[in-house]
Design a protein around this ligand. Structure first.
Ligand SMILES: NC(=O)C1=CN([C@@H]2O[C@H](COP(=O)(O)OP(=O)(O)OC[C@H]3O[C@@H](n4cnc5c(N)ncnc54)[C@H](O)[C@@H]3O)[C@@H](O)[C@H]2O)C=CC1
Ligand SMILES: O=C(O)C(=O)COP(=O)(O)O
Length: 531
């Protein structure tokens, strides 16, 4: 049974499909401390979180069965991605489900800020009818600066246009053309700081965005600006903001997020007349919570069932058009890697992967991960997977060289894997995917061959002499090893040759030893593949 732990409040309706799955057990245990999580995480294959659970390296270490951490939302700053990648744990998020909800919350905050709604409400319910203090401002004809024009920032800009605002947008990925299409003026951070009446941030928190609005920016800021942060605490320096409000530079601020959550009881934002706050409610609507939980549950199920999945955060995204081309080769890539690693007896120093034909013009990085997984699994077992295979090769100082060439020596597609050891000795294997026939191995070292990889093979190198094939067949027969198929490869008559025998079951070590002792036979090794 696959076990999933849900450690933050996540919509029941959204995770229904996980709960309905016959091969999955879902446990909901929210509000656990790190120690409590460490105690139990070893039982689970998947962990589902929102922003409260901090998924630390220690939790990942204790999660010996953990294959995936699913974030029902966008931000993954509560998940240690480095530790996840090192341990081969896939981290996925649900990036689309809460965009509109968070955008609407940003707008609610902007309007509440412009019209002092929370402050006016508090006074009114306390019995004071105060119509003088809360003189607001209109949004119409004001300039809104949007820092971060991704999913949420773009939706905010769209709505701001309907309010008659002029929009300045900044995002390292925003082009002039796209900005124009959205009716946004492409601007720099400096333009926004000097010219906006309202400014809203919608970036992730990264070393680059941390405190991107701090004392130096406040010093040159347009007087009277109002600032909204519904993205991440820390993008705007909280203490510098307080100073800027007190100095009359900033007119007010609306924050949904804090540098540390929840903020301390004496946090200056909580008692400042010009700052309004909500407790990280950006994504908290019925609709968004259902959306993100459905999205993340779907992908977690795919991962647990070894099916293709999307939205992995610790692997680069692959465009669907590219995925369609490379996905059929994943199994072949892994098989070639595994076969090659078993051919190589010594420590591998360099891995060359050559993609040709159909695979020569697409981004094959995802496929390379499968080849490397196949190679590294030989010594690392299940520790190696497609999330960490590149990383594992790197920390073992294995040089991975990938090349692509349209030439295919007659095949429509070809993957060639060459392993080099420290003495520059090479082992090589090439395989192709043949329409109607599936995977075929077409080259071993410098011998052309043609066979379908199966669970058990015996790979023999010998001298091309009459009678040797018969002797091998007899010996295996006498030892109850049934031969399903046989391939022989040689370059010249009487020269070095190879034999690939597909057999029905595991070959006992002593039988391999007897094979090696046959005259004219140089090596015999079993190649085991997981088909
Ligand atoms: N308050 C809440 O409950 C919620 C907060 N969020 C947060 O909102 C933020 C935005 O989310 P999405 O729009 O979905 O993400 P997104 O990934 O679609 O957009 C983020 C944008 O920020 C841009 N960016 C990165 N570095 C930048 C920089 N130095 N300057 C300007 N732009 C930069 C990126 O290029 C990207 O376009 C994230 O931090 C996310 O965690 C998201 C949902 C709910
Ligand atoms: O999706 C995000 O990035 C959020 O910040 C939402 O956080 P939450 O799931 O509400 O804890």
């Amino acid at each position: 049974m696959l076990k999933v732990l849900v450690s933050d409040p996540i919509s029941d309706l959204g995770i229904q499909q996980l709960m309905d799955a016959e091969d999955v057990v879902v446990d909901k245990k929210t509000g656990l401390s790190e120690d409590e999580l460490i105690q139990i995480i070893g039982d689970y294959d998947a962990l589902l979180v929102r922003s409260q659970t901090r998924v630390t390296p220690a939790i990942m270490k204790a999660g010996t069965r953990l294959k995936v951490v699913g974030r029902a939302g966008v931000g993954v700053d509560n998940i240690n991605l480095e530790a996840a990648t090192e341990r081969g744990i896939i981290v996925i998020n649900a990036p689309d489900g809460n965009t509109i909800t968070t955008c609407e919350h940003t707008f609610a905050m902007m309007m509440a800020l412009a019209r002092h709604i929370p402050q006016a409400y508090a006074k009114t319910i306390n019995g004071t009818w105060d119509r003088k203090t809360f003189l607001g401002v209109e949004l119409r004809n004001k300039t809104l600066g949007v820092l971060g024009m991704g999913r949420i920032g773009s939706e905010v800009a769209k709505r701001a246009k309907a309010f008659g605002m002029n929009i300045l947008g900044y995002d390292p990925f925003l082009t002039k053309e796209r900005a124009e299409k959205m009716g946004v003026t492409l601007a720099s951070v400096d333009d926004i700081i000097r010219n906006a009446d309202f400014m809203t941030v919608h970036t992730p928190l990264t070393p680059e965005t941390k405190h991107m609005i701090a004392r130096p920016q406040f010093e040159v800021m347009k007087k009277g600006m109002r600032i909204i942060n519904c993205a991440r605490g820390g993008i705007i320096d909280e203490m510098a903001l307080i100073e800027a409000i007190d100095e009359g530079i900033v007119a007010g601020a609306a924050f949904d997020v804090f540098e540390s959550e929840p903020p301390a009881a004496d946090h200056p934002f909580l008692s400042h007349a010009n700052i309004i706050v909500t407790p990280h409610l950006g994504a908290s609507t019925v609709e968004a919570q259902e959306n993100v939980a459905i999205d993340v549950s779907e992908q977690v199920l795919h991962i647990l069932r070894n099916e293709p999945f999307k939205n992995a955060v610790n692997m680069p995204p692959v465009a669907p058009s590219v995925m369609n081309i490379i996905q059929p080769y994943f199994k072949l890539g892994e098989t070639l890697g595994s076969f090659a690693a078993q051919m190589a007896n010594e420590a591998i120093q360099e891995i060359h992967i050559d993609y040709s034909g159909d695979l020569s013009e697409v981004d094959t990085q995802q496929l390379t991960r499968y080849v490397l997984k196949g190679i590294l699994e030989r010594h690392l077992g299940s520790e190696a997977n497609i999330v960490n295979s590149l990383h594992l090769a790197k920390i073992r100082e294995i040089n991975v060289v990938v090349s692509q060439a349209p030439r295919t020596k007659g095949f429509t597609n070809l993957i060639t894997v060459t392993l080099k050891n420290q003495h520059e000795q090479e082992r090589r294997i090439a395989g192709t995917l043949l329409a109607g026939y599936g995977e075929r191995i077409v080259r071993l070292d410098h011998f052309p061959v043609d066979f379908a990889p199966e669970d058990h093979q015996i790979f023999i190198s010998h001298n091309d002499k009459p009678g040797i094939i018969g002797r091998v067949g007899t010996l295996l027969g006498e030892n109850d090893v049934n031969i399903a198929s046989m391939q022989v490869g040689r370059k010249i008559i009487g020269g070095a040759a190879i034999m690939i025998l597909t057999v029905d079951k595991e070959v006992p070590k002593e039988v391999l030893q007897k094979l090696i002792e046959l005259p004219e036979l140089n090596t015999a090794q079993e190649i085991v593949l997981q088909k």
